[in-house]
Design a protein around this ligand. Structure first.
Ligand code: FMN
Length: 308
């Protein structure tokens, strides 16, 4: 059996050791608890929960999901129960789990991000934070931090100062130069970087003559964005020295291996969970099968092997 374990935070004193590189992506796996009744979530490398803000949020007006030719447009708008409820109701369940849970955090100001991260300090069941500076579906905060290197650096530094947990920063593809943003967050101390969040887009209801989404604009995910995500992982892997988590259109083991060969240390499965709750575990099973008997000792042997 190939050793699929991966250290996602090698520069962090506690590290973030995963038994395998397959994670669930924020917002597509609830708090893990919902899926625990359907699939063996404990086999996953890690779970990233829905982005959590200081106060609970209602999110955007309906409709919030539109299916497109080869992807999904969503404008959920960070609907969530707020950090207090996460700490009180969700974390105690996670504390009994083998699979590490990373809490995705969001806010409207750097200070708010830092306060959410601070509230998670010392909470049993929380193994790390993923800083969502890439949500395209909110009017303030979210993506505006992920499209300006200075703002990205500032919010990363603020979360690092407020948290002793491993800090992953999740970037937006809606930028001119992804490397510039990645370098800024790595410089500010990010332990790992997730690439990518959704690609901004819209749909129009030709019959009704108006936008299909209540919020007009949304984020595209699923198979349509895989080449964009892969390219961004490839570029950033050549520029920063922190582990990269690839995300975007991953639905099978081949997809995941492409990201790893581009330089990702781990992968996140998102939209695929919505149609197929077993998707992330299928990806894991497939990686195990495809790497066994090929003389591969560990993931490191194939990480970045497609780089030229
Ligand atoms: C319905 C939905 C909700 C999402 N909510 C979040 C979220 O709360 N926080 C976040 O960082 N990303 C969120 N995302 C983005 C995903 O985590 C992921 O980055 C993106 O969908 C690309 O991966 P995929 O193509 O595998 O879905 C959401 C995506 C979808 C489809």
């Amino acid at each position: 059996m190939v050793d699929l374990s991966v250290q996602l935070a090698p520069s962090h004193p506690d590290g973030l050791l995963l038994t395998n590189p397959v994670m669930s992506a924020a917002g597509t796996f609830g708090y893990g608890i919902e899926y625990s009744q359907v699939v063996d979530i404990q086999r996953l490398g890690a779970i990233v929960c829905k982005s959590t803000t200081l106060e609970a949020r209602q999110g955007n007006p309906q409709p919030r999901l539109v299916e497109t030719a080869c992807g999904l447009l969503n404008s959920v708008g960070l609907q969530n129960i707020g950090v207090e409820a996460v700490v009180k109701d969700k974390a105690p369940v996670w504390a009994g789990w083998k699979v590490p849970v990373v809490v995705s955090i969001a806010g409207e100001t750097s200070d708010e991000y830092a306060r959410v991260a601070g509230r998670l300090e010392g909470v049993a069941g929380v193994s790390g934070v993923e800083v969502n500076i890439s949500c395209p579906n909110v009017t303030s905060g979210g993506m505006e931090f992920g499209t300006d290197p200075k703002a990205a650096e500032k919010v990363t530094a603020a979360v690092k100062a407020a948290s002793s947990l491993p800090v992953i920063v999740k970037l937006s593809p809606n930028v001119t130069d992804i490397v510039e943003i990645a370098l800024a967050v790595a410089q500010a101390g990010a332990d790992a970087i997730t690439l990518i969040n959704t690609v901004r887009g819209m749909a129009i209801d030709a019959g009704g003559g108006g936008p299909s989404l209540g919020n007009v604009v949304g984020g595209l995910s699923g198979p349509a964005i895989k080449p964009i995500a892969l390219y961004m992982v490839y570029r950033v892997a050549g520029a920063v020295h922190v582990p990269i988590i690839g995300c975007g259109g991953i639905g099978c083991a081949d997809d995941a291996l492409e990201f790893i060969m581009a330089g990702a240390s781990a992968v996140q499965v998102g939209t695929a969970n919505l149609t197929h709750p077993q998707a992330a575990l299928d990806v894991l099973d497939g990686i195990e099968q495809l790497t066994t008997g090929k003389g591969i000792r560990g993931l490191k042997d194939i990480t970045g092997m497609a780089r030229v």
